[in-house]
Design a protein around this ligand. Structure first.
Ligand SMILES: Nc1ncnc2c1ncn2[C@@H]1O[C@H](COP(=O)(O)OP(=O)(O)OP(=O)(O)O)[C@@H](O)[C@H]1O
Ligand SMILES: NC(=O)c1ccc[n+]([C@@H]2O[C@H](COP(=O)(O)O)[C@@H](O)[C@H]2O)c1
Length: 278
């Protein structure tokens, strides 16, 4: 049965989405892996979706893991990041974006909370649902617990060495118990980003982008404000949703926090310039 995931649902109506989670693997040598991408997804882009495919290929060719599922978890409105439209819209856009995927799900649990939830708590939630409630996955030698791992871009892992962004105990907790698949990102020096995380290097897997893709949500928002096309940068259904709900347009009515005033004047740069990533 398809999962019921709607941006306007409440926590009381919430059920953990399981329809795209594979329940069995055939190779007894492999460890089942579930990838969790935490982020704003304001809006989700094709690069966010590509991250899952890159990580699955990486895991298959370079590790003993076998991917059995993956989840997008949108941060809640309390995060108050620039350009964040309401969680309701971000959940809906993510749900539309993964409609064609057989293995990527959207879990609205984090975003349905009114308070901010640290990533360590979000990963604990997945561990609880997948390994305690469901009990892991079947293998020819009996049930195995899944490895739950964070899937993130290099800029996110870089913030782990920025003072005050992450609690030291959370970094240790996440990288010791879960680990992270990190996708290289233009503008982030991966060696520098990892230099302070050497204690957990065996739980950090770095994925090269073989086709460099520098899409960011910031650029999508900026294109919208300049009335430029965002088609073929985000899935078509997401383009339609953004247009139908007038998201990221000039007045920023649906935003929890606006990027207005952060961009350089049009013509000042050939690119897009409203954040360090943009
Ligand atoms: N072009 C990219 N290359 C590698 N990783 C990326 C890229 N775009 C997003 N990510 C990763 O996707 C995850 C979700 O990111 P987020 O929702 O903040 O997207 P973003 O495009 O960076 O957003 P914004 O532009 O609003 O800061 C993060 O781990 C981020 O590092
Ligand atoms: N202390 C923490 O747990 C912590 C700190 C910074 C970012 N994050 C997470 O990283 C993700 C991406 O954040 P940005 O959209 O700001 O890049 C979000 O899901 C956010 O919750 C968590």
């Amino acid at each position: 049965m398809a999962d019921d995931v709607r941006g306007d649902m409440t926590l009381d109506e919430y059920e953990f989405p399981t329809s795209r989670l594979r329940r069995r693997i055939e190779d007894p040598e492999r460890t089942p892996l579930v990838l969790i991408a935490c982020g704003s997804f304001s809006p989700i882009t094709f690069l966010h979706l590509r991250m899952f495919e890159m990580a699955a290929d990486y895991a298959r060719f370079n590790t003993q893991f076998e991917v059995v599922g993956a989840y997008l978890s949108c941060v809640g409105d309390a995060y108050k990041k620039t350009g964040l439209v309401k969680a309701e819209h971000r959940i809906n856009m993510c749900t539309l974006a993964v409609q064609q995927s057989s293995w990527i799900s959207v879990d609205p649990w984090e975003a349905l909370h009114s308070e901010y939830l640290e990533t360590a708590k979000v990963l604990d939630h997945f561990d609880h649902e997948i390994n305690e409630v469901i009990g892991g996955v079947e293998t020819p030698v009996g049930k195995k617990k899944c490895r739950i791992a964070l899937l993130a871009g290099a800029d996110l892992i870089q913030t782990m060495s920025t003072p005050g962004v992450w609690a030291d105990k959370d970094i240790d907790y996440i990288l010791r118990n879960f680990g992270a698949f990190i996708v290289e990102r233009t503008g982030t020096d991966i060696d520098e980003a990892l230099s302070t995380l050497q204690a957990w290097k065996d739980n950090i897997w770095v994925i090269q982008q073989l086709v460099q893709n520098d899409i960011s949500s910031t650029k999508i928002r900026l294109f919208r404000r300049r009335d430029m096309s965002i088609r073929y940068l985000v899935p078509e259904q997401v383009v339609n949703y953004i247009e139908m709900h007038n998201l990221y347009d000039e007045d920023g009515a649906a935003s929890t926090n606006s990027d207005k005033g952060k961009e350089k004047k049009a013509g000042e740069s050939s690119g897009v310039a409203s954040s360090s990533k943009g």
